[in-house]
Design a protein around this ligand. Structure first.
Ligand code: MN
Length: 289
């Protein structure tokens, strides 16, 4: 049975700036897609393609904390660099994903990679926040660098395109990301007139972000930069691309636990939020220059 579209959210009129490097359209929660509705996904910021001018300065977000969930950064164009208080650092280039588990608490900074910054040019990315079940919120912070060559890859029949499986399973091909609750994250590219079919459990909260191109989803048109939210009903999603298209499919089994969210901290109770703020103020998340 086909999944029914609940709503197509158009790109918000204005982007917001995260630091001075990430010019993003926020869909979760600000396009009326609440953290509970899209659980386990707590936030989706879409940095639609934007041309940054060359600079010697590092654009981005300086040192800040996170606790209780995971940040997932997908680079489509341009390069993102990262450092955190556990000593991890890395650069993600187009096609790469950085999956950071903040867990018990971490400090990090995120910015445009130096060589990209010097040249400037198109920059396109997504940042997703994925909640952790209560039992895993205190897990030690860690980091999964998932380069493009590590993705599960499925070539679609008839030169339709390719599905890069970041997390979960597509037609028996698994993604490299370890997740704490069932999640599918598929980055797929379709050629003009290319088609793809997905079967996603009805119970999963499921959506598409149309990064590039215009597509047809189960018989309904969805435009570039829109966000397609499905009802929790039916399994099948059939997509046909009107032109070359790039789409992100996200689905996950809802974590049915209370959400207490305050800026970079997402816990289960308000008391735990106060604790997180206090831990941060007392330097419990380590040191990062
Ligand atoms: Mn961050």
């Amino acid at each position: 049975m086909k999944k029914i579209i609940e709503r197509i959210a158009e790109r918000p009129a204005q982007p917001g700036m995260v630091g001075d490097g990430f010019r993003v359209y926020n869909f979760i929660p600000r396009a009326n897609i609440s953290q509970r509705r899209m659980s386990p996904f707590l936030m989706l910021d879409f940095g639609a393609e934007f041309n940054f001018s060359p600079t010697e300065k590092l654009r981005g977000v300086d040192v800040h904390p996170h606790k209780g969930f995971e940040t997932v950064t997908i680079a489509y164009k341009g390069s993102v660099a990262h450092h955190d208080s556990t000593g991890n650092s890395g650069i993600i280039n187009p096609g790469d994903v950085q999956w950071m588990t903040a867990g018990a608490g971490i400090l990090h900074k995120e910015y445009h990679e130096k060589e990209y910054s010097k040249k400037g040019g198109p920059f396109e990315m997504v940042q997703l926040w994925v909640n952790l079940p209560k039992k895993d919120k205190a897990t030690a912070p860690h980091y999964q660098p998932i380069t493009a060559d590590k993705m599960g890859k499925v070539e679609l029949p008839g030169n339709s395109g390719v599905v890069n499986v970041i997390a979960g399973d597509y037609n028996g091909v698994k993604g490299p990301a370890f997740t704490y609750s069932p999640v599918n994250l598929f980055d797929f590219k379709l050629n003009k007139d290319g088609e793809a079919t997905f079967s996603i459990p009805a119970a999963h909260n499921t959506a598409l972000l149309i990064v590039n191109g215009n597509i047809d989803v189960n018989g309904t048109k969805a435009g570039e930069h829109s966000f397609v939210l499905f009802k929790n009903d039916g399994e099948e999603i059939h997509i046909k691309a009107d032109e070359n298209a790039v789409v992100l499919l996200l689905s996950g089994e809802p974590i049915n636990e209370p959400i207490a969210s305050y800026g970079p901290f997402v816990m289960n109770t308000q008391e735990e939020i106060y604790e997180a703020i206090e831990e941060f103020q007392n330097g419990k998340y380590g040191v990062l220059d």
